[in-house]
Design a binder for this molecule. Sequence first.
Ligand SMILES: *[C@@H]1O[C@H](CO)[C@@H](O)[C@H](O)[C@H]1NC(C)=O
Length: 166
Amino acid sequence: MFAALILMCFFAFGSITASSIDKKYNNQSEIIEDMLEYMFSCMDKLKINPEICSDLIMKNKDHSDKKYDNCKCFGPCIAKEIGTMDPETGKWNWAKLKEMSNLLTDQTLINEAKNMEAHCFDETNTHCEAGYAMLKCALENSQMTKDMVKSYVATKEESEKNQGDE
Ligand SMILES: *[C@@H]1O[C@H](CO)[C@@H](O)[C@H](O)[C@H]1NC(C)=O
């Protein structure tokens, strides 16, 4: 699930404006380092419960339930810190996403970034709704996300089965 969250945040890289705290990244490791830091601070700020939020990758849950509201804000929270979402308008900063994806050296991530840009470009949704739309799009279009969901579901079923055996 951790990996899925990282991916979600990564693609939370999205909108442009003149952000005053616009940090210049030099390489992939700088991006990942900051992202991890913001992941934790956003989890804290939004009181994210991974157990609850992971329901959003499951089709059989009612995603409109209020208990998921903060989960939808998780990616945008990180994106606003990193500069890929405008904190005021809540729009993705695609130029920044592109700039950052140019720094990637991992081929899998590069392909995923291209894929997301091709399929998930979104200038309509803002703030938390944009985060949820991006997650839904990743679930449909990103092989990496699909693989992670598959292994997550398998792990979950396995643990439920074991609990049942006890
Ligand atoms: C990334 O860039 C920073 C700043 O230029 C540098 O200190 C660091 O060693 C670089 N890391 C890698 C893995 O290239």
